[in-house]
Design a protein around this ligand. Structure first.
Ligand code: SF4
Length: 398
């Protein structure tokens, strides 16, 4: 295995670590989220969709249990779903509780009808397969695979069930780190097999398969080792973004937790927030009125075939203005290179680099180096809005 950034972290922390995909993914989303979940171990309520997913998983484990001679009848699989769901449903509020229950039973029925007799020459070798594979530096990568099927010609399919509605595009699945980790585990546990990894979207009865490239597996392994090194160094800075809107740890987050007001504070925050919202609403209304009036003046000048009008002590005039929309870069280069001026216009600019950072074809390592090559100026953007009724109830914790 190649050398990794781990060495740096190990010099300081020197701690062997067990890491799972969930921990790795949490850290990648936001290091502070990782700290709240896995270091501070703050407990947050589990969403209803996770209870639903767990009950469906339990039912499919019953259906594909490799220790049985025959696949069980539908009643047994539905009973496994019910047993699991009954233990969880109290934590799912109505009316979603009923909807999830009905959806679960329907899903099991249609899945059983389609797959109970038609598994052809595939055989399930394991369900809920726990693994722990060694990484350099005495670290361990551990996890659990939903299902492993053996196929003819020494082929193996690793299946991860998904109960979400949203399906990613194929190119995103090709670079799915969870599947890459399962692939590494399958390679270690079943040497000599050709491994395919599959995301099985149960609600759509749709399977998305991948055979990850060796480069992607190596890239994922390096990222895991780098993540371990950063965890070891206690690098837990918040990384805010759109994901904060659905972060379960938001109310515990340093960036979002409720302020602790000093006793001598003389700021009437309620009044300031109200003023801000009122003034913003006024600005919006004024800019809409301005745009409407502007349009009328343009229409007037167009209709009168004029560029200037005076009326009641007001004057309006318009002039044509040219604004560059985009440059013909090849032509620019052709013109500027012979005079040694090309470098001046071809210098890196933020929008070109940002574009590269969002490009899925650019390797993550390179993206990190690009990010590290920037100097950052920090601005603090203030967003103030009026709470909707639902949000107010949530704020009050009712
Ligand atoms: S709210 Fe955002 S910044 Fe805070 S822990 Fe969650 S993801 Fe990180």
């Amino acid at each position: 295995m190649s050398a990794t950034p781990l060495a740096k972290g190990r010099e300081k922390g020197n701690r062997a670590m067990r890491i799972s995909y969930s921990q790795f993914a949490a850290y990648r989303r936001c290091p502070h989220l990782y700290r709240l979940q896995y270091v501070d171990k703050i407990a947050v309520p589990v969403g209803p969709e996770l209870h639903f997913g767990a009950a469906v998983h339990d039912a499919l484990n019953r259906m594909y249990d490799p220790g049985q001679l025959e696949m069980p009848e539908l009643d047994e699989v539905v009973a496994a779903f019910l047993r699991s769901w009954r233990g969880r449903e109290a934590q799912v509020p109505e009316p979603r509780r009923r909807a999830y229950f009905e959806q679960g039973v329907q899903l099991i029925q249609s899945h059983h009808a389609k797959y109970s007799g038609a598994n052809g020459n595939r055989r399930t070798a394991a369900t809920e397969l726990r693994f722990s594979i060694a990484l350099p530096g005495e670290h361990k990568l551990h996890g659990r695979i939903d299902r492993v099927d053996v196929l003819p010609e020494k082929k193996l399919e690793v299946i991860d069930y998904k109960t979400s509605r949203r399906m990613p595009p194929q190119e995103v699945v090709e670079r799915n780190a969870q599947l890459a980790i399962y692939r590494m585990a399958a390679d270690a546990l079943y040497p000599g097999f050709d491994v395919t990894t599959t995301l099985f979207f149960l609600l759509h009865d749709h399977q998305m398969q991948t055979i990850q490239s060796a480069e992607f597996l190596e890239e994922t392994r390096s990222e895991i080792l780098e993540t371990i090194a950063r965890i070891d160094l206690a690098e837990f800075e918040p990384d805010p973004g759109p994901h904060c809107d659905w972060c379960a740890f938001r109310s515990h987050c340093d960036l979002f937790r409720a302020p602790v007001e000093p006793e001598d504070l003389e700021i009437d925050i309620a009044a300031a927030l109200g003023q801000y919202v009122e003034a913003s609403a006024g600005e919006k209304e004024a800019s809409e009125r301005k745009a409407a009036a502007q349009q009328l003046i343009h229409d007037y000048l167009d209709r009168c075939q004029a560029e200037r009008v005076e009326s009641s002590g007001y004057v309006a005039e318009r002039r044509a203005q040219k604004r560059v929309r985009r440059w013909d870069v090849a032509r620019l280069r052709e013109l500027l290179e012979p005079i040694g001026k090309w470098d001046a216009v071809a210098q890196a600019n933020s929008s070109a680099v940002r574009k590269l950072l969002g490009d899925p074809g650019v390797p993550r390592e390179l993206k990190r180096s690009l990010e590290a090559a920037a100097e950052y100026a920090e601005t603090r953007v203030l967003r103030v809005k009026q709470l909707t009724e639902d949000e107010e109830i949530e704020e009050r914790g009712e």
